[in-house]
Write a protein of this length. Structure first.
Length: 636
């Protein structure tokens, strides 16, 4: 099908979609499902693909589609593939084809669509990988073995757009921006040997890793690399930070006790003891951290804060940390929070929001032209990651996005980001006064901290802007009530807030040692379920292994609660009804699935355990039966 061909004569039936038909042949879909989606598409009267309707109905998702395409090696023209997946419409594709034609083919169609921000780079990579039958795997210099990094130069990686990922028993896994580039493949084979297993990665991900490798190699060539000597304060601090980064810690706790100093790492939300050292070493260690964070080294009687920009000499990775010094009876307790400063912004499909909840959130909140969207939860619950997945979804050539953050954690091309610095008078108050003068369509506030920032978000929404921000409350209803407690008028909240998303991060069952289990009746009773309420569930638990440090858990899974405000909920806010009343109205009228219920759905599929659900998620009402929850979340 050529989009540049003009149709003449009588209208013709739209051609059968190749991908949808392939999914029918492989048994992923049925003819009746495709027919049902075609009827819905025709009734909507919109230019939509059948496959995009099927995805919205929850009949199939992108991961399953790409897995089948990789397996069958079906080559579909890139434009048609993007149309069928619903990533572009005919008008957008026609514009891109005209631009490609005007450049005499110097720029590829996919590159034009990414440059014009019509599609995301990750979407193009998924489609490309599915066509050539390759896996998508982003490189990471911090996890790549030194034996591979020492075989290649950063310049070669940048020029030929590849980067080593890992070493298997018989092959070296290498990520390519284009595995079909023969020159790049030959260069990689010269560096790593003939047995190279090609995977696909985003060009920006390869560039970021290559730049990190370049900094590392430059440091080595200049002779600045020093061996960590743990007997010195500098060596001790470097060793602690490097070890925390290597273990994937989110926080470092250095705590002076009566007879020792304890160092603990927070990994997957749990504190784990790492090492101890003598109390007489602590003043020097604390002073070293103060020097790095530009805090006052002479002040030992007051609490302080600081920020550290640390470059790991081993990997070349840049670490951004927030330092907090707290005066205790035994000395200064130090907590370092490792921030995820990255250019790899997560896609909304990857954050873990259930399919039906995600569709409702997109259609009823993100696609609304104005209003306030609040992401709420405690510290370390993944709010910033979800916030930036929303920014990534909204980021396109026709939208102006501006942020005020403390600090910037994700670096996003195409938006204006401001990292607050009170020392330079870059405060929330000063920044918010200037932000609306930048003619933004979307305003991103790192956090609602006080009445001033709350009022600023409300006022920006009243003037037609879309505002995204984060908040610290227990659940979605709590976010609304806290705004009321900040003396924000109820009619302003009900008229501007379009959605409140509450979330948590709970530990994921270790895939290396997971095994099926039968839940205890007592545990189900504590949640409010009977054995009949959780029929057809597959509960899993990790027995403990070296991979998970014998905890049974490895990594974390996000749990969500998305409250989309409808007329009934707005009316309840205006009447200042209780949280229990608003929650009941939300469940009955707006399709609210609570944090506990989403956690139970994820536990029933083996992603986490009932114990984690009970330990982390608020139990404010009895959960509904599992079959009903699966229907509401689209997890059937």
């Amino acid at each position: 099908m050529s989009l540049q061909t003009q149709n003449t004569g009588a209208p013709k039936e739209p051609p059968k979609e190749l991908v949808a038909q392939l999914l029918v042949k492989t048994g992923v879909l049925t003819e009746s499902q495709v027919g049902h989606a075609e009827r819905i598409r025709n009734k909507l009267g919109q230019e939509r693909s059948v496959l995009s309707v099927l995805k919205q109905l929850g009949a199939v998702d992108d991961a399953r589609i790409f897995a089948i395409l990789r397996e069958k090696h079906i080559r579909v023209p890139i434009g048609r593939m993007l149309l069928e997946l619903g990533y572009v419409d005919t008008a957008q594709l026609r514009v891109a084809l005209e631009l490609q034609k005007s450049s005499d083919g110097a720029e590829k169609l996919g590159e034009i669509l990414v440059r014009k921000r019509i599609i995301k780079e990750s979407q193009l990579v998924d489609v490309f990988a599915s066509q050539i039958g390759c896996e998508v795997l982003e490189p990471d210099v911090s996890t790549c073995p030194d034996s591979l990094l020492n075989k290649v130069s950063a310049e070669a990686c940048l020029k030929h757009r590849f980067f080593p990922v890992s070493q298997k028993e018989e092959a070296i896994v290498v990520a390519f921006a284009d595995p079909l580039d023969e020159e790049a493949l030959i260069t990689a084979q010269q560096a790593f040997g003939d047995n190279v297993e090609a995977v696909v990665a985003t060009p920006s991900g390869i560039k970021e890793s290559a730049n990190s490798l370049g900094r590392r190699q430059k440091t080595k060539r200049s002779g600045l690399t020093r061996k960590v000597d743990q007997s010195t304060p500098t060596g001790m601090v470097d060793h602690i930070i490097q070890s925390a980064f290597a273990e994937g810690a989110s926080d470092i706790h250095i705590e002076p006790l009566k007879e020792r100093v304890r160092v603990r790492f927070r990994v997957d939300g749990m504190l784990r003891e790492y090492l101890e050292y003598d109390t007489d070493q602590h003043p020097a260690v604390s002073t070293r951290i103060k020097v790095l964070s530009e805090a006052d080294v002479s002040e030992k009687r007051r609490h302080q804060d600081g920020r550290i920009l640390f470059e790991d000499p081993r990997t070349g990775a840049n670490l951004d940390m927030r330092a907090s010094f707290y005066i205790t009876v035994h000395g200064e307790a130090v907590v370092l929070r490792l921030l995820n400063q990255s250019s790899q912004v997560p896609d909304m499909r990857q954050i873990g929001m259930p399919p039906s909840m995600l569709d409702r959130f997109k259609n009823s909140a993100l696609d609304v032209p104005s209003g306030v969207i609040i992401i709420t939860g405690p510290t370390g619950s993944g709010k910033t990651t979800t916030l930036y997945s929303c920014v990534n979804y909204l980021n396109n050539e026709g939208t102006s996005i501006i942020t005020a953050e403390d600090p910037v954690e994700y670096l996003v091309d195409g938006i204006s980001q401001c990292s607050l610095n009170p020392k330079l008078d870059l405060t929330y108050e000063e920044t918010l006064r200037h932000i609306v003068r930048q003619d933004p369509d979307v305003i991103v506030l790192g956090e609602i901290r006080d009445q001033f920032s709350a009022e600023s978000a409300i006022q920006a929404a009243l003037t037609g802007h879309k505002v995204l921000t984060t908040f610290h409350t227990e659940d979605s209803i709590g976010g609304l009530l806290r705004l009321l407690n900040m003396d924000i008028e109820a009619f302003l909240i009900s008229s501007t807030v379009v959605c409140v998303v509450a979330q948590r991060l709970i530990r994921r069952v270790c895939s290396a040692c997971a095994q099926p289990i039968e839940p205890e009746v007592r545990e189900l009773q504590l949640i409010g379920w009977t054995t009949q309420d959780c029929e057809h569930a597959t509960f899993m638990a990790g027995k403990g292994c070296e991979v998970c440090h014998f905890t049974g858990y490895k990594g974390r899974v996000a749990v969500f609660e998305a409250l989309v405000l409808n007329e009934a909920v707005r009316e309840a806010i205006l009447k200042r009804q209780t949280s229990a009343q608003i929650r009941r109205i939300s469940v009955e009228t707006s399709g609210l699935v609570t944090l506990l219920e989403d956690g139970l759905v994820k536990a029933s599929s083996g992603q986490t355990t009932l114990r984690e659900v009970r330990r982390h998620l608020p139990r404010l009402a009895k959960p509904r039966p599992l079959n009903e929850l699966k229907r509401l979340t689209g997890s059937l």
